[in-house]
Design a protein around this ligand. Structure first.
Ligand SMILES: Nc1ncnc2c1ncn2[C@@H]1O[C@H](COP(=O)(O)OP(=O)(O)OP(=O)(O)O)[C@@H](O)[C@H]1O
Ligand SMILES: [Mg+2]
Length: 1013
């Protein structure tokens, strides 16, 4: 995958539409300040390809820019020589995964995929990488740089498998295994079918089946003719049997009708009696009504007699009651006189009543006063005790104040002393750090001086060497010149041409003289060439030595400057510490900072304690004053309650005396203690006596009137009863006479013969219907008896049984024939199938053997494990070399599938990669990442990694380490790859040939592309 163009809108820091052009970029920095949007840029690439990002997983909704509703990212990229455009859109609050669209560009028939699932599946195929492998080999996210180094072995294996496309072998193995399972089943199935279903599928069996089918068909034809003959016979017999059955039915019916005859005649007689009774019906009903009237008059008379008896009895009782009431009125005069006498005592009684009321009030007042007195005394006791307690607390607090002395150091001085102590402690630490830094700087300067001295002496040697080489060149040149001089004619010969004038004598040259070999000249020429090369090399070495000397000189100057700075820091810290120490000495004498801190802290605590004791004493004194005031107030309340109690007791005694006096006075006057009650009793009794007399008189009058009325009623009913009886006797006589005249001995029998009109009509029609039906049946029977001939030759049942048997035989013969045809056909098919199955079995057995071998060989613990192991060994070797280049100290080693580092500065000691420092871990991860990417790049057949992005600010490195890491990145063989490094370290950014600069602004992030010259 190699990005061509990325567009984002509403995505994290990129609020507005931003397009980044990656075309033509090879090695470049993605630069910009903290929080500018560098990681977001890489997130956009990952999101467009996988729909998720390392820092949020699938919760990508968080990346929609704040305040916007929609985020959209499009990435145009190439992969496996094809060009694609993927676009993903997220909407706020609408699902996690959003929408996705993938288009393949530059093809005549555009191929698109829509929907997140389909796009993800297509992309995985196109990229040849899953998300895990992508984020560990192509785009290394911020904060997860060391993941490959530290991830568990299984995870690493899975990633390598993905990168090396070993999954292809796994898939092949799975397919082989699946196919093998299928084939095993198929072979077993084929064997079973041949054994179970095709055991009899031979041509001999087929011939036997054909013979059997022919025999069955013959039998079926002869049985069919016999069945048809028997069916005709049976039909004839059935017609005869039907006539006989009808005859039997009619005879049965006639017998049933004859059996009903006597009943029908009985009904005809009852009907005749009814018709005789109908004319005298009115006379009989009149007699019945008169009889009923006589009965009810008799009842009314009996009731009137009973009522008269009751009235007489009640009247007698009322008279007795009246007599008793009249006797009771004899004492009325005496009782009236007594009431009047009692009325005269009422005034005195009223005074007694009032006084008793006051007495009750006074008793309540005394009780209240005593309760108040008891409560006041109790309250006073409590306050007395509280006052004593408060006094004791004051004494304790005074003792505490006395026991908490005021510290010698004055309180106002303490804040200044505290801050001075803190400053002195911090300065002490600073001084120690500054000392260490100074030592470190000195050591580096010494090392740089040594390096520079080495370089300077090397420069001197090289300069000398160059002078020597120049001198040697001059000597060789002189030698050459001399020999050339000696053989000038040879030089002249080169300028001669036949027929042209000689430059020396001016005569025409007839023929150019023959050339002559001069070994001395050739040797001199070679010596000069060698001297030139040596001089050139010496010049080059001198230039290099000068550059190296200049470099170490500038490093030395820089380190000297750093050393001066550290020196200044150290001096400043010493001066400040001396000032602080002097101030502390002034107040505390000569002492260490720790002791000074302790003493100042003690003084602070002492002052605080003394102040606390004083505050507590003040509070205790205030509490004691309050307790004394409360004690005095409650004493006063006790005094007041006592006086109230005395006053109430006096009033009570006076009232009790007065009541006793009044009661004695009333007793003397009326012989009763309560004249009012006695009067009330007498008045009640008088009322009762008078009321009883009036009620008895009234009841006696009422009952006399009732008695008179009852006597009258009894006489009237006696008369009415007599008249009704006479009427009834007369009507009864008339009814008996009428009955006899119509042939009934008694009127009762004539009444019984009467039928309801509807019943009489129904009975008449039943009698008529019976007679008609019997006649019809008799007629039909006579006709049928004439038609019926003699019975069938064979009984019907026998014929039917014979036909059934014949039909069953025919059915069986037909079934046998069908089965024989079926068997023959089936066997013919089976014979063909068995041949085909045998051919299939041969093919399947061969394929099974092949797939068994394949499934076994491709197992992950064989071929794949071998590939992985090989790759891992190569990867480790390459990464080790890179780590050595980066650190000059460590190489990698793998033990029990964990990364270890070999520390060459410490006797090649091995330790876990987890023990590396932050910066060292970064360099180790960088070495691994670069090698992983390089390695996969080199492998044919593995996933093509066309780009590498590292989002790891390089911020953990110091200047020196950064320099080495930057050189490694700079010298990275991109091999056609795109390599993007995210950093906000300017020194690194400046060294890379191109950069994408991400900037913050009010409208969101923006990206500028800067390409170096
Ligand atoms: N949904 C969002 N809407 C707006 N801004 C966001 C959203 N999510 C994150 N940001 C902000 O976008 C900015 C860019 O974040 P990013 O992680 O890309 O920064 P960076 O350039 O990688 O910084 P660093 O150098 O610290 O790693 C940050 O200020 C971050 O808080
Ligand atoms: Mg970042």
């Amino acid at each position: 995958m190699r990005p061509l163009q990325l567009s984002m809108e509403g995505f994290g820091a990129f609020r507005e539409r931003t397009t980044v052009d990656f075309t033509g970029l090879a090695l470049f920095a993605i630069a910009g300040p903290t929080g500018a949007g560098k990681s977001t840029l890489l997130d956009a690439i990952t999101f467009s390809l996988f729909g998720k990002v390392p820092r949020l997983g699938v919760q990508v909704g968080e990346l929609i820019s704040l305040g916007l509703e929609r985020a959209q990212v499009s990435l145009e990229f190439t992969a496996a020589g094809r060009r694609f455009l993927v676009t993903r859109t997220l909407r706020r609050g609408k699902g996690k995964s959003g929408e996705a669209l993938l288009e393949e560009l530059g093809t005549s028939t555009p191929r698109t995929a829509t929907g997140v699932k389909e796009v993800n599946a297509r992309l995985q195929g196109v990229l040849g990488l899953n998300y895990e492998a992508f984020t560990q080999a192509v785009l290394l996210p911020q904060g997860e740089f060391a993941r490959f180094l530290k991830s568990p072995a299984a995870e690493r294996r899975a990633i390598l498998r993905e990168l090396l496309r070993l999954n292809v072998y796994e898939r092949m193995r799975e397919m082989a295994q699946e196919r093998r399972a299928g084939l095993t089943q198929e072979v077993a199935g084929l064997h079973e079918r041949l054994r179970e279903e095709h055991a009899n599928a031979s041509p001999e069996h087929l011939a036997t089946a054909t013979a059997r089918r022919t025999q069955c068909e013959k039998t079926r034809t002869s049985l069919l003719a016999a069945v048809q003959e028997q069916r005709t016979q049976l039909e004839q017999a059935r017609a005869q049997a039907q006539l006989s059955s009808m005859l039997v039915q009619l005879r049965d019916q006639l017998a049933r009708l004859d059996a009903q005859n006597s009943d029908v005649e009985q009904q005809a007689k009852a009907l005749a009696a009814h018709h005789r009774a109908v004319p005298i019906q009115a006379v009989m009903e009149r007699a019945l009504a008169a009889q009923a009237a006589a009965q009810s008059a008799g009842l009314a008379h009996a009731k009137a007699r009973d009522a008269l008896d009751l009235a007489q009895q009640e009247h007698q009782e009322a008279q007795d009651v009246l007599g008793a009431a009249q006797r009771a009125t004899a004492d009325v005069a005496t009782m009236d006189a007594r009431v009047r006498a009692l009325d005269e005592l009422t005034g005195l009684w009223r005074v007694l009543f009032d006084t008793q009321q006051h007495l009750e009030g006074a008793q309540q007042a005394v009780s209240n006063a005593r309760t108040r007195l008891a409560s006041a005394q109790h309250n006073h006791q409590d306050h007395l005790a509280a006052a004593v307690d408060a006094q004791a607390v004051v004494v304790c607090c005074e003792a505490e104040v006395h026991n908490t002395p005021v510290p010698a150091l004055a309180a106002p001085l303490l804040p200044q002393l505290q801050s001075t102590v803190e400053r002195a402690t911090s300065l002490h630490n600073t001084l120690q750090r500054a000392g260490a830094a100074l030592d470190h700087a000195r050591a580096r300067v010494t090392k740089a001086q040594q390096d520079h001295a080495t370089n300077a002496s090397h420069l001197a040697a090289v300069t000398l060497d160059r002078s020597e080489k120049d001198a040697a060149l001059a000597a060789a040149q002189a030698q050459l010149d001399k020999v050339t001089q000696e053989h000038a004619a040879l030089h002249l010969r080169k300028t001669l041409a036949a027929g042209e004038a000689c430059p020396v004598c001016g005569q025409d040259v007839a023929a150019v003289p023959k050339s002559k070999r001069v070994p001395a000249l050739t040797a001199r020429q070679n010596a000069v060439a060698t001297a030139i090369t040596a001089a050139e090399q010496a010049r080059h070495a001198l230039a290099q030595a000068q550059a190296a000397a200049a470099a170490t000189q500038s490093v030395l100057e820089e380190l000297q400057r750093v050393l001066d700075e550290r020196h200044a820091d150290h001096t400043a810290a010493s001066v400040a510490l001396a000032e602080a120490t002097a101030l502390l000495e002034e107040h505390l004498g000569r002492t260490t900072p720790a002791e000074a801190a302790r003493r100042v802290q003690d003084a602070v605590v002492g002052h605080a304690r003394h102040q606390q004791a004083l505050t507590a004493l003040g509070q205790a004194r205030r509490m004691m004053e309050m307790a004394h005031a409360s004690r005095d107030a409650t004493a006063l309340q006790v005094q007041v309650a006592r006086e109230e109690d005395a006053r109430a007791t006096l009033v009570l005694t006076t009232l009790e005396t007065r009541v006793a006096q009044l009661q004695a006075q009333l007793h003397d006057a009326g012989g009763t203690a309560d004249p009012q009650a006695e009067r009330a009793r007498l008045v009640l009794r008088l009322g009762e006596v008078r009321d009883a007399l009036a009620r008895a008189q009234e009841r006696q009058d009422t009952l006399a009137r009732t008695l008179e009325q009852a006597t009258r009623t009894r006489d009237e009913t006696a008369l009415l009863r007599q008249r009704a009886q006479q009427e009834a006797d007369k009507a009864g006589l008339e009814a008996e006479t009428a009955a006899r005249s119509t042939g009934f001995p008694l009127a009762t029998l004539a009444r019984q013969a009467l039928l309801p009109e509807a019943a009489a009509l129904a009975m008449a029609s039943r009698v008529e219907a019976h007679r008609r039906q019997r006649e019809d049946v008799a007629q039909q029977l006579a006709q049928l008896e004439k038609r019926t001939g003699p019975g069938p030759a064979k009984p019907l049942l026998q014929l039917e049984a014979a036909l059934q048997q014949a039909e069953a035989d025919l059915n069986r013969a037909q079934e046998d024939a069908a089965a024989a045809v079926q068997d023959e056909r089936l066997l013919a098919t089976r014979v063909e199938q068995a041949a085909a199955l045998r051919t299939r079995l041969t093919v399947a057995t061969g394929a099974l053997a092949l797939h068994e071998t394949l499934a076994l060989d491709l197992r992950s613990d064989r071929f794949q494990a071998f590939l992985l192991q090989e790759t891992f060994a190569q990867l480790l070797e390459g990464a080790s070399l890179k780590l050595w280049d980066l650190t000059g100290r460590y190489t990698f080693e793998l033990r029990e599938e964990q990364f270890f580092v070999v520390d060459h500065d410490h006797a090649r000691e091995r330790r876990s990669a987890d023990t590396l420092s932050g910066g060292e871990t970064f360099l180790a991860s960088l070495a691994l990442a670069l090698e992983l990417s390089d390695h996969v790049q080199r492998l044919a057949g593995a996933t093509a990694l066309d780009s590498l992005f590292i989002d790891e600010g390089f911020g953990t490195l110091d200047g020196e380490a950064l320099d080495v890491a930057a050189s490694a990145v700079e010298g990275l063989p991109t091999g056609g790859r795109m390599v993007g490094i995210v950093t906000h370290v300017q020194a690194l950014t400046d060294r890379l040939p191109a950069r994408l600069v991400v900037e913050k602004s009010a409208q969101g992030a923006r990206v500028h592309r800067i390409t170096g010259a």
